[in-house]
Write a new protein. Structure first.
Length: 765
């Protein structure tokens, strides 16, 4: 009986992998200096033991099965993942510093983990070093350096992002862009994302897939952001840091980590406070996070992630052009009188388990639950929100030969359910002068339960030695159940509603012109469902007639590596056509309704250059420049009898440029310089009002001295907006003036500001 019980499992092992251990040997070198690297952490997905390179850079690793993915990790260097097909005796591995070339970066957010060079899509990677470029108060500032990504930073709690113009018409938040932390969604079921809550110290890496990726992740016309945690270094570590700056900025964080060959545990606490440079803009955020990863002696890995945030942030709101130019530090009058703010408790708990059954078959499954309890007094009403969501995602990968060609099939499913309760109340602040917001009578009360599922698959085929193809397909179904709990308005909306199921295909190809120089092309379809805010009318009712936005993306690009891996270049040309465009129509002061109207064309060109070189012994330089040139226009758009066809989309600059030049010395001293340019942008559909372009320059210096054994210290200081440029950091498209007032399009950008800080860590033996 026992033989019969285990016979299928033994046959499975026989078919899919070898059980005899084989050893590979090699040497690890610095990609810039060719010096050997010691204490590099070497691991493999199916190997429980962890190896380290010696003083000469030599290493050895024994694996039960080949091919095997081998991971090379060292602090201060970019991670490297290589698929080794057979044991080798003279393997040479080059590792670039964290500020090094992107040419060999391995992406984790794509359906099949693969090198950036081999991916038929535009993907930006921000390393742990990139995430330290600024003052680390808001992770959104780091995304602003990516070509094609436009970030509007109205305040620490008022941020929104658009990718290739998708999502630019959002008023106050990021939508049409999905975000994940370790494959756990941090976006709501409707695709609304708040990244302000994620402290940069928690994040070790970010990947931004630009364009339509519905075949992998479902709803999200703009793209997907995947965040990965900063892992602990070997041993037990504890660190504390603090920084301070202009306008009452104070940031404190504590971090504890523990890592062995089988476990990696990190816990962090962060507090961020600021008086704000504008009236009514005080900010206070506390967050606690925990990340754990445990590997079995076999080939399984269990991960858990928890994150809790408590926030209270006052809102100065937008201002008109005259105030922007003359009194940018003032708040909108009604928001100051009401002392408007937002506050919430927010939490996320997720777990995932990956199992490599053999060298050719594996699975990753994750489950999660999150909640949000929010209270937001606004001049026109007081909003209460309660939100709970649960979901799961599973992905299988199977490598198998097809007519003697390398191929891989990846398939899986994702389900998500969200319970959203919203209620609005009168704000009686005008009846109680000087007291701020006062809760009045109920105006509306609704429950909206959202459900969606994605079924996805992707097939990758190495058709020719130089040509790789991939094809993907996603089936999405989104529905919601509405319960009207406010009978006083005599309008009954309770019922079940469903958006039409959407089948989203994607095809892509990569062709190697020569080693490390690839052309790629892709065609993909995507969609975004309306957000809850867009479905709500001013009376708190639901517009059940809205349709999802849909679009097609056509893209061609080049990725190339030159000068012995020191120069990396990317160029991408794309065209996105969007139908059933969701527009926000302003019908009152700070009140909007959503509706479908017209079509848009998003045509653009993006490029990136990343050049790294040695200036002198012990001194390296990193320089980068990226740019985006946009021609985003209404294809067909007639609104209330006015024809806006051919006009440029509002809230998107015609061009943007980001550049940086960094100096990194072996003594631990570094200097980072960043230049950011955003061009002129229209503010409304008529293109009758514009925001002028601006240029910003930032500086940051840091020193990481080796003072004491087992101690790590970092001292840093910086200046944002060095030349004190006056500009609008965020805009509200299609703002309308009421009662003879000028439209309040603008959120003023911060003037010149300073910051400094210190962080100290200790490694316990």
């Amino acid at each position: 009986m026992r033989l019969k019980t285990y016979l299928p499992f033994l046959l499975f092992l026989f078919c899919f992998g070898s059980i005899s251990g084989q050893t590979l040997h090699g040497k690890i070198l610095d990609a810039f200096t060719n010096e050997p690297l010691q204490q590099v952490n070497i691991s493999a997905e199916s190997v429980p033991e962890v190896s380290y390179s010696d003083a000469e850079g030599n290493f050895s690793l024994t694996a039960e099965m080949f091919p095997v993915n081998v991971i090379f990790e060292k602090q201060g260097y970019g991670d490297k993942i290589l698929e080794i097909n057979s044991p080798e005796a003279d393997l040479i591995i080059y590792m670039a510093p964290a500020e090094g070339s992107l040419a060999e970066v391995v992406l984790r957010s794509t359906m099949v983990p693969q090198e950036l060079m081999q991916t038929p899509a535009a993907v930006a990677v921000l390393t742990a070093s990139d995430l330290k470029r600024f003052d680390q108060t808001n992770i959104m500032q780091n995304f602003s350096t990516v070509a094609g990504v436009n970030v509007h930073q109205g305040a620490l709690n008022t941020n929104k992002m658009s990718i290739r113009g998708v999502g630019a018409r959002s008023q106050y938040s990021t939508n049409r862009v999905k975000a994940y932390f370790m494959e756990i969604p941090i976006s709501s079921a409707e695709g609304e994302t708040t990244l302000d809550d994620i402290d940069p110290a928690l994040t070790g890496r970010a990947e931004i897939i630009k364009g339509l990726v519905s075949s992998i992740y479902g709803a999200g016309l703009g793209g997907v952001i995947s965040l990965y945690p900063a892992q602990a270094n070997p041993g037990t570590t504890a660190s504390a840091g603090t920084s301070f700056g202009s306008f009452g900025l104070l940031r404190s964080n504590l971090k504890i980590g523990h890592a062995t060959q089988y476990t990696n545990l990190v816990a962090t606490y962060n507090n961020l406070q600021a008086d704000g440079w504008r009236e009514n803009s005080n900010y206070d955020r506390n967050s606690f996070s925990i990340f754990g990863e445990m590997k079995s002696e076999g080939s399984g890995k269990f991960s858990v992630f928890g994150h809790f945030v408590r926030l209270k942030a006052f809102i100065p709101s937008s201002v008109n052009r005259e105030t922007l130019e003359n009194e940018p530090s003032s708040a909108a009058f009604t928001w100051a009188a009401a002392k408007g703010f937002e506050s919430y408790d927010k939490g996320l708990l997720g777990a995932s388990y990956s199992q490599k059954f053999s060298s050719s078959f594996e699975n990753v499954t994750s489950v999660h639950i999150n909640f949000r309890d929010a209270y937001e007094p606004r001049p026109f009403d007081i909003l209460k929100e309660e939100q709970i969501a649960t979901g799961a995602r599973t992905k299988f990968s199977l490598k198998s030969p097809f007519l003697e060609l390398q191929s891989q099939l990846t398939f899986g499913a994702e389900i998500y359910r969200e319970w959203y309760d919203t209620a609005t109340f009168e704000n009686l602040y005008e009846d109680f002068p000087g007291q701020g917001s006062v809760l009045g009578n109920s105006l509306s009360n609704n429950e909206q339960d959202r459900n969606y599922y994605n079924i996805f698959a992707q097939y990758d085929l190495q058709l020719l030695p130089k040509l790789r193809l991939e094809a993907g397909l996603n089936l999405n179904s989104t529905s919601y159940e509405l319960t009207d709990l406010y009978p006083e308005d005599e309008v009954e909306q309770s019922g079940n509603y469903k958006f039409q199921s959407i089948l989203s295909p994607r095809v892509g190809a990569v062709y190697a012109l020569s080693p490390s120089k690839n052309l790629y092309a892709s065609v993909s379809q995507g969609f975004s469902t309306p957000t809850v805010a867009e479905t709500l009318t001013p009376e708190g009712l639901i517009n059940t007639n809205l349709k999802p936005e849909t679009g097609w993306n056509y893209e061609i690009g080049f990725k190339g590596n030159f000068l012995d891996n020191r120069l990396y270049a990317e160029v991408a040309a794309f065209s996105i056509q969007v139908e059933n465009l969701l527009v926000a129509e302003r019908i009152g002061e700070d009140q909007y309704i959503g509706r479908n109207a017209g079509k848009t064309d998003h045509n653009g060109l993006e490029f990136l250059l990343n050049y790294n070189f040695t200036i002198a012994p012990g001194l390296r330089a990193r320089s980068f420049v990226n740019a985006a040139f946009n021609a985003f226009k209404f294809d067909e758009f007639v609104d209330d009898g006015q024809n806006f066809s051919g006009n440029h989309l509002p809230a998107v600059p015609r061009q943007s440029v980001n550049a940086g030049f960094d100096l990194i010395s072996s003594s631990g001293i570094s200097l980072r310089t960043t230049y950011q340019h955003e061009g002129k942008m229209p503010l409304n559909d008529e293109n009758s009002e514009y925001r002028e372009g601006y240029n910003l320059f930032h500086l940051k210096a840091a020193w990481i001295p080796e003072l004491f054994r087992n101690w790590n210290t970092e001292i840093f200081a910086g200046v944002n907006n060095v030349f004190d440029e006056r500009y609008a950091a965020s805009v509200i498209p299609n703002a309308v003036g009421f009662g003879g007032a000028a439209p309040r399009y603008f959120y003023p950008g911060m003037p010149r500001n300073y910051y400094a800080g210190v962080a100290v860590g200790y490694l316990f033996k």
